[in-house]
Design a protein around this ligand. Structure first.
Ligand code: PEP
Ligand code: MG
Length: 589
């Protein structure tokens, strides 16, 4: 049996955080605590035990957030703040206490009962990625409370040996949070998703991660040597017991990754000008206030997309106008030159917000989301617009509307904005009158009237994530149909070209702020289509600057012309890959 375990084996999975690593396997078997035994106990004693468990959990979560803010960035700490919000939710504690009093049972049993009800509620509300993450957070909180009640010490990744590649079914965000990044070389999960919180953390920490690696726990034995390659492609490979040749290849891939990272880092913050003098703007997409400073560190001088819904998503109650004002002011002050584009609330779809979008819809992505939701909740919308206009006194902010469907929606939004300006004038409130406005193009009906929209605003920004979903009729979160969510679909590139031309005809700037805008394969073609701005996750900025600066505009125009002639996404992908490989060769990377 023992010799068998040394046979070289290869598993494949999905690349959830890019990189190459080798190390020894550290297996984390599923270690959820067993179902708690329910026993009768006096309510006074049990409420006291519950309250001690909660107090301890709050302290633990605060410790995690403190240690995280410095290592993994604020969006990681944000995950634990949201767990703390669950813990501090008086409804949850109130319901557990009520069960203890009504049934005279132990705190563990009461907690289990209430958490089960909540889990069901979340899952019934909407079966989507956002709610799955909320359930993951709830389970994480539940396990923590249970451990505290039972006096069980947390089995964490805290004590992993150096050079570990952790193999698990799935991980809770707190598992990854507590790990010492200098000891962790990689993550291999049998389950998991590239959109999960754990994947966000891994990417923030620069740790390669593979998800959906079927059979990993069964096939990898503890301590065995593992090579994980998630460098270039969407698929990732995990080699167990690599032979000498595979190890040599891994070493050279690690060298390659290190060299590339070093070379690309030099381009962070560099101006995006092609060799033959064509210039465009590169900017960052941010999700939470805490992402602003790291974006600056990654070389961003402008925020092209500030997803304001992150201020609303996890909060039990929507942020007030003043809280929003503070958040937008921070953005304005941190980006005094380039400024920030504040996208108004893009709730609904996969992003339900308390008090706004809790109605169950059969097709939430085709329902009340984005601007539609703002127009039916003008009180929220007005408060947000007021907050942005006031904050723009402190730096250059712009307003952008998401999910514009056509001229009537845009005109309705602009009319409300005018009313808000008048209100501020009447009230003598200090604000910036010159804030410019843009519309997102992410719905085909908007793309087809882009010129009419462009005449009414200062800029258009193409949201390719939703545009692709609506053009290809493929739910962006439905794993079962992901092969139809074709990011290189001819329809996507042709629509982008059409929108750019429509905008330029009337002197309106056109940018791309969906994932395609930061995709190294797509960037040269987008530049060739005369896109004025590419906005992307800040960690992609250096690569984007390298692609622009080391390429020529005429080559990129040729590439985009070739792309626009194609009828099949596979051919487009091949063309883009060929260009990319050539550029890597030319740069000696
Ligand atoms: C998009 O749809 O491309 C976009 C940028 O918006 P979001 O991903 O937030 O829906
Ligand atoms: Mg969108």
């Amino acid at each position: 049996m023992r010799e068998l375990s040394f046979v070289t084996m290869e598993l494949t999975g999905i690349n959830a955080s890019p990189g190459v690593a080798s190390g020894s396997a550290y297996l984390l078997s599923p270690r959820q605590l067993p179902e708690p035994t329910v026993y009768p106990s006096p309510p006074g004693l049990e409420t006291e035990r519950l309250s001690q468990a909660i107090t301890a959990a709050v302290v633990q979560l605060e410790d995690i957030q403190r240690s995280l803010s410095s290592s993994a960035g604020d969006s990681a700490a944000h995950i634990f703040r949201s767990q703390q919000t669950i813990l501090e939710d008086p409804a949850l504690v109130g319901e557990v206490t009520a069960v203890i009093h009504q049934e005279h049972i132990c705190a563990e049993g009461a907690l289990r009962r209430v958490v089960d009800q909540y889990r069901l509620l979340f899952l019934q509300l909407q079966e989507d990625a956002y709610n799955r993450e909320r359930v993951a957070d709830l389970d994480d909180v539940y396990q923590r409370l249970l451990r505290n009640l039972l006096g069980v010490k947390e089995a964490t990744l805290l004590t992993i040996p150096a050079q570990s590649i952790v193999v698990a079914v799935d991980l809770l965000p707190s598992d990854t949070a507590l790990v010492d990044p200098s000891l962790l070389k990689g993550l291999v999960l049998e389950g998991g998703a590239a959109t999960s919180h754990v994947a966000i953390l891994a990417r923030n920490l620069g740790i390669p991660m593979v998800v959906q690696a079927a059979g990993a726990l069964e096939k990898i034995s503890p301590g065995s040597e593992v090579v994980l390659d998630a460098l270039d492609s969407e698929r990732a490979t995990v080699v167990v017991h690599p032979n000498a040749e595979q190890l040599r290849r891994c070493r050279s891939r690690v060298d390659l990754m290190t060299r590339r990272r070093e070379v690309l880092a030099r381009y962070a913050g560099a101006e995006a000008v092609t060799r033959d003098g064509h210039r465009l703007s590169l900017s960052a997409n941010v999700g939470a206030t805490g992402d602003l400073a790291p974006a600056r560190r990654d070389g961003a001088t402008r925020v092209g997309l500030y997803r304001s819904e992150f201020l609303f998503l996890r909060a039990a109650t929507p942020p007030t106008e003043d809280e929003q004002y503070q958040a937008y002011r921070t953005a304005a002050e941190l980006f005094p030159q380039g400024g920030a584009v504040i996208r108004t609330l893009d709730a609904g779809g996969d992003k339900p917000v308390q008090g706004l979008s809790l109605t169950r819809e059969a097709n939430p992505f085709l329902g009340a989301r984005g601007l539609r939701l703002s127009l039916t909740h003008p009180e929220f919308f007005r408060a947000q617009l007021r907050a942005i206009l006031r904050a723009a006194v402190h730096g250059p902010l712009q307003i952008m509307f998401p999910m514009v469907g056509g001229v009537p929606d845009l005109e309705a939004a602009l009319a409300i904005l005018d009313e808000v300006r008048e209100e501020l004038d009447t009230g003598g409130v200090v604000y910036n009158r010159d804030v410019t406005v843009g519309a997102m193009i992410e719905v085909p009906s908007a793309a087809l009237v882009a010129e009419a929209l462009a005449r009414r605003v200062s800029f258009l920004s193409i949201g390719t994530n939703d545009l692709t979903q609506y053009l290809t009729a493929t739910d962006r979160l439905n794993g079962a149909v992901q092969e139809y969510y074709r990011v290189y679909d001819p329809s996507v590139f042709r629509t982008i070209r059409m929108v750019v031309d429509a905008g330029h005809r009337v002197g309106c700037q056109v940018g791309v702020c969906g994932e395609l805008g930061g995709n190294p394969l797509a960037i040269p073609a987008l530049v060739g289509m005369r896109v004025d701005e590419l906005s992307m996750g800040a960690s992609s900025l250096a690569t984007a600057a390298w692609l622009v600066r080391e390429g020529s505009y005429s080559d990129m125009q040729e590439l985009s012309a070739a792309v626009l002639q194609q009828e099949d996404h596979r051919v487009i992908r091949r063309l883009l890959e060929e260009y990319h490989e050539e550029q890597i060769r030319r740069s000696g990377l």
